[in-house]
Design a protein around this ligand. Structure first.
Ligand SMILES: [Zn+2]
Length: 154
């Protein structure tokens, strides 16, 4: 067999593997927050909802109806930054900063988050440690490749 044919076959197999991983792995939706529009269909299709607790200084806890609605969907919920500023967690943050997000999440949903996904998938070494210390599992860039990810938007 010609080398080119072998190479093509390998690439094709890899694409198929990646495609089936994306089909089978849990679907996620990012940027879940009251001020963004999220198609209910997408929320229901997703397995994990990543919530922004203080987007544009809008506290999720100030909207108990929204909290109820999100809880009623019966999905796994994760924390997606605190304010979701651009590359928010590439800048080193302290406990106090992260705690604001955790507290907001807890007030809204009644429990502390166990999953964390940094905005734009960027996170510094120090922040990685901080997330770990707070008993949250970090979702990283690899996650983005193998999962189908939806987004809420304006
Ligand atoms: Zn995001």
């Amino acid at each position: 067999m010609k080398k080119a044919v072998i190479a093509f076959t390998i690439i094709l197999i890899l694409i198929l593997i990646l495609f089936s991983m994306r089909l089978l792995s849990p679907k996620e939706i990012d940027d879940v927050t009251p001020s963004f529009f999220c198609a209910e269909e997408l929320l229901k299709k997703s397995d994990i909802l990543f919530v922004i607790p203080k987007f544009n200084n809008t506290l999720i806890s100030e909207n108990p109806e929204w909290c109820e609605y999100i809880l009623s969907l019966n999905k796994t919920l994760g924390l997606h930054g605190v304010y979701h500023e651009y590359k928010e967690f590439e800048t080193d943050r302290d406990q106090e900063y992260l705690q604001q997000g955790i507290d907001e999440f807890k007030t809204c949903f009644g429990y502390e988050p166990t999953l964390f996904k940094p905005p734009q998938n960027r996170i510094s070494k120090t922040n990685k440690e901080l997330i770990k210390q707070n008993n949250m599992k970090l979702k990283t860039i690899l996650n983005k490749i193998i999962h189908k990810i939806y987004h809420c938007h304006y």
